[in-house]
Design a protein around this ligand. Structure first.
Ligand code: CO
Length: 135
């Protein structure tokens, strides 16, 4: 079994501050980590739940993938982060099983992680991010 944890559930939001405020009011949640990943055009706020996170994700520019998602579909569930020991090995295994990679090689993610995205096509309709803790 290559999966060790649900690392995060990512929700695309239009207004990150408003979403954080809603989670504070609804759940008493505080932000554990906030980071802008300019290469991906996203700003994210991570709310820790046990050893996993809810990742509220907003766009930093109109041409980012999250901005296009929000234009097409509105706010909602965007992807699920699966924590793995070895991102490259898990990516290889998924591709061998029929999945379509978005990232053909693992790359740096937020929080100092190593990540690779896998397309919903061939993956039961779910955008998955493989997340390895550390480089
Ligand atoms: Co993610």
């Amino acid at each position: 079994m290559l999966l060790t944890e649900i690392d995060h559930v990512a929700i695309a939001v239009k207004d990150l501050d408003a979403a954080v405020d809603y989670y504070r009011r609804a759940f008493g949640a505080e932000v554990d980590h906030r980071e802008t990943v300019e290469s991906d055009g996203v700003e994210e706020a991570l709310i820790k739940v046990a050893d996993s996170f809810i990742q509220l994700t907003a766009a930093t520019r109109p041409d980012s993938p999250i901005a296009r998602f929000l234009d097409r579909r509105g706010e909602g569930l965007h992807h699920v982060g699966y924590r793995v020991e070895d991102c490259a090995a898990a990516l290889r295994s998924m591709v061998e099983a029929g999945a379509t990679p978005i990232d053909t090689e693992p790359r740096p993610g937020s929080r100092g992680t190593t990540v690779a995205f896998v397309h919903p096509r061939g993956n039961l309709g779910v955008l998955v991010e493989l997340v390895q803790i550390g480089p």
